[in-house]
Design a protein around this ligand. Sequence first.
Ligand code: DHB
Ligand code: FE
Length: 290
Amino acid sequence: MAHIIGSLMTSHVPAIGGAIARGVQGEPYWKPFFDGFDAVHEWVNHERPDVVVVFYNDHGLNFFLDTLPTFAVGAAPEYRNADEGWGLPVSRPFPGMPELSWHLIESLVADEFDVTMCQEMRVDHGFTIPLSLLWPGKGPWPVKTVPIAINTVQHPLPTAARCLKLGQSVGRAITAYPEDIKVLILGTGGLSHQLDGTRAGFINKEFDRLCMEKLVHEPLALTRFSNRRIIELAGSQGIEILMWIAARSAMTGRVERIHSNYHIPISNTATGVLLLENRVAAQDRVAAAK
Ligand code: DHB
Ligand code: FE
């Protein structure tokens, strides 16, 4: 049966992709950010997930204002990136895992999450940058992927409480998947940032720290913030914390913080990375499979 090995939450600023493409990770501006991934690489290379389920927000590449699903699940054999105008190289395609996607979709709909099913889906920097951070280099991607897009573009957006429940539902579905595979959950975006308007450049270290702390053992505490309040506290794009909440909530076992890093700024963003391990006792894994 499938086993969730952990959740990794990370920012997805496009400029990170530019730094990777130029090979400037060691420069003073970038080093404190990229150094935050050494421990992540060590853990991921040791744990070797077979598949990553990625909660991310599309920024207008696949969905636009005309048609914006609240929750969309990819069910394609492959996901392509495209030029989003950031000057980044277009990423090589990502292998999908349609059989797991359909299992998640079936399970989510049965659980009253009426998700949009995407048998074709282009993935933007919210998806590509975190995967490039995890697996630098140009070789074939060592994992299969399932993208889950959460709307952060067109109001009304889903609440933190709804995203927490979505994550829980995805977690339950994964643990009921009959194949013996290791699944890593990703949540991408944040932390505090605002890209435009009078508060452009807004960052809130205190709120970011609170989120990174509460996510470890008390994610429910974050559901007391309305989306309006999150935007006040974290900036309009800081609402991407919803992805972190969903990813954290997919964990089914005892949660242990393996690593975290927080660095200001990268571009307009306060960046964070948080790696949580999901410890599930062997007898619980057997019980979940029944
Ligand atoms: C930036 C941050 C984002 O989350 C994003 O989607 C695009 C740009 C930035 O800080 O430049
Ligand atoms: Fe973003």
